[in-house]
Design a protein around this ligand. Structure first.
Ligand code: PRX
Length: 635
């Protein structure tokens, strides 16, 4: 599909201009490159005040026909997925487009055979194995809605996500190794399933030979189910706006938000951005190291690359096993041309001897990418010098679960890059900076800083929050009425290049994972000896940000601080997940509050960041004295 690729900076400028002045004809030309069962009646209808956004209304399609069927005649024997196992001694798997098509069709019949119909929600809690890709595409094939939950989440986090969208089926694996650590996914599922009455069937892929507890009537093995069905499965005809998937992301209240993505707009947005940002050519080998449990994996391991007919790598393991050279070993082995990862991984790898990089031949690399958090200057240069050998453009891609596709990013080899800058908006993306009063800060010769807002819709914008449209409106469309608010702050230089400065709400990005502080606080508050707490982020060398909790405990508490710290972190691991564990827990006798009782997190953030010299005016606090105590006990 290289017909979608922009070839020069001049062309980018022209396309961008057209996408803003005449978005309908711009996107209609792009959409013409896909396979439709029926074309659209209207390109775009939108009203941010409701909010309501509809792309390609009237069109009929199935995204799997775009990922699979239409490639069969041209590139049927090309490798679609290369899978690299956790254990370097286990064999890789190479799956062609034709093989993937057969596997997806067959598993789609398994879903049907187990009572799944168009519109039903299916939860996937799986390791990074090709069967995860197969299961998600099989859902899409029959019009079922997949809700993938990252397999590092705890059983209660899994249960609450299943319950929120009332999933009818859960698909998982028995066990998986990440590094040397076995993780019994089925056991986590069994615990979750005690609280999820909507789940009728559980399909279990046997990844290891370990014995697996199965509940009769409810649980079945993947392989056994395959034997019961035919291999052909026609693709369900979907409306453009039908729900393709739900993906949960953190919000600033306790409950995760089930972002709903559409079929047609998502497909067009993910594919168009993939084609342009990475500029993959026919024989390239593209590797995104994200987990498919996050949006990056959805859009840029599966849907974007497969729609574009690329070869996409899936890696089951971790960057540190068997040593910190694993990524580079895989790049050399597979002759990876495009490598896309998170700044946190780059920082972690940069701490280890360069010999771990230099012993591998990285000459196949052409393009490097980053995603998920701001990349600091030092990590950018390490990546550029040691991995790209200064020859590979780095695409710093800014986007969100909610945006479905990359929004602000260089186009590899075409947009001039600048370290730490995501640079310019992709065609169809209309960012503006706003001040805190909601006034637009116009592009001028002076650099500016403000809140990052979008003033018009793009095809892959999430359409709602599952079951809670009001929350969707309140979260994204109320702060700056008539606009979509990203929750991020940004700096813009005189040439219009954006650098994302970070979240301006109660979400902290830890190791590239988007974590709301509210659910973590709720978990801590569950502890019988804790009165209340506040969790904030603070800068961390490797993780970008880490979490710091200020906690008050009951006077009668008899436990040692260290014991309490352990218990708090265990509680967080079991309710939210191990990724949300706290780096620092400070016990305090009170929290700084406004007269209306609101915790002043701004002050705590400064203390946690060791930037407490200038706290601004604290006289309006209910308890200004507490600030000195907290400062002097800061960890
Ligand atoms: O704060 C921004 C940060 O990640 C947030 C979105 O997180 P999530 O929905 O989990 O999606 C991550 C993968 C797309 C954003 O609001 N973020 C993402 N990419 C960048 C970034 N911050 C700076 N630079 C980026 N390239």
């Amino acid at each position: 599909m290289s017909a979608l690729q922009i070839n020069s900076f001049k062309e980018y400028k022209e396309k961008y201009e057209k996408s803003v002045t005449d978005p309908e004809s711009f996107w209609s030309d792009i959409a013409d490159h896909f396979h439709w069962k029926k074309k659209w009646d209207s390109v775009l209808e939108w009203d941010f005040s409701k909010p309501e956004i509809k792309w390609f209304q009237g069109a009929k399609l199935n995204i799997t026909e775009n990922c699979l069927d239409r490639h069969l005649d041209t590139i049927g024997n090309k490798t679609a997925i290369i899978w690299e196992p956790n254990d370097p001694d286990e064999e890789s798997r190479h799956i062609t487009y034709r093989q993937l098509f057969v596997k997806v069709s067959r598993f789609a019949n398994v879903l049907k055979n187990n009572g799944i119909e168009k519109g039903d929600r299916v939860c996937l809690y799986m390791p990074m194995i090709p069967e995860l890709a197969i299961a998600m595409l099989a859902c899409a094939r029959i019009g079922a809605v997949h809700s993938i939950v990252f397999a590092g989440f705890s059983s209660s986090a899994l249960a609450s996500r299943i319950n929120d969208s009332q999933c009818k089926m859960l698909i998982t694996a028995n066990e998986v190794y990440r590094g040397t650590k076995p993780i019994n996914l089925k056991a986590v599922c069994d615990q979750a399933l005690e609280q999820t009455p909507s789940v009728e069937k559980v399909i279990v892929y046997r990844r290891t030979v370990e014995p697996t507890d199965m509940t009769e009537g409810r649980d079945a093995f993947w392989f056994d189910e395959l034997q019961k069905v035919e291999k052909d499965c026609p693709a369900e005809e979907m409306d453009a706006e039908d729900m393709l998937f739900i993906l949960y992301t953190s919000g600033s209240t306790g409950k995760p938000k089930g972002m709903v993505h559409s079929t047609a707009g998502y497909m067009v947005g993910a594919t168009y951005s993939f084609e342009n940002v990475f500029q993959c050519k026919q024989d390239d080998i593209y590797w995104c190291t994200a987990d498919i449990g996050w949006i990056t994996g959805h859009s840029y391991i599966i849907y974007g690359p497969l729609c574009a007919g690329a070869t996409t790598v899936m890696f089951e393991g971790v960057p540190s096993y068997p040593d910190y050279g694993r990524f580079w070993e895989i790049v050399a082995k597979l002759k990876v041309t495009h490598f896309y990862t998170a700044p946190t991984a780059i920082r972690a790898l940069a701490k280890h001897p360069l010999s771990l990089v230099d012993q591998h031949d990285l000459s196949s690399l052409k393009v490097l990418g980053t995603v998920g958090e701001p990349i600091n200057e030092e990590a950018w240069h390490w990546y550029n010098d040691n991995i790209g050998k200064t020859k590979c453009p780095i695409v710093d891609t800014w986007w969100q679960t909610e945006t479905g596709a990359m929004m602000i990013s260089p186009i590899a080899g075409i947009t001039p890059t600048r370290p730490t800058f995501a640079t310019l908006p992709l065609p169809g993306v209309q960012p503006v900076l706003m001040d805190e009063h909601g006034n637009e800060i116009p592009q001028a010769l002076e650099p500016a800083e403000g809140r990052l807002v979008m003033k018009a819709p793009w095809p892959s914008i999430a359409r709602t929050i599952y079951g809670d449209h009001q929350r969707y409106k309140d979260t994204y469309f109320s702060t700056y009425p008539g606009n979509y608010f990203t929750g991020d702050g940004a700096y813009r230089d005189a040439s219009g290049n954006y650098r994302i400065t970070g979240r301006v709400d109660d979400v902290v990005i830890v190791s590239g994972h988007n974590l709301g502080t509210a659910p973590i606080e709720n978990a801590i508050d569950e502890h019988a000896e804790i009165v209340e707490c506040a969790v904030v982020g603070f800068p961390h060398d490797i993780k970008g940000n880490a979490l710091y909790a200020f906690v008050t405990k009951y006077d009668e508490s008899k436990k040692s601080d260290d014991d309490l710290r352990k218990e708090i972190n265990n509680l967080i691991a079991s309710t939210v997940g191990a990724i949300a564990k706290l780096d620092k827990i400070q016990f305090v006798s009170g929290l700084p509050k406004t007269r209306s009782g609101k915790i002043m997190r701004r002050i705590l953030r400064k203390i946690a960041s060791q930037d407490a010299e200038n706290l601004g005016d604290i006289s309006t606090l209910l308890n200004p004295d507490i600030v000195e105590e907290i400062k002097s006990g800061a960890l």
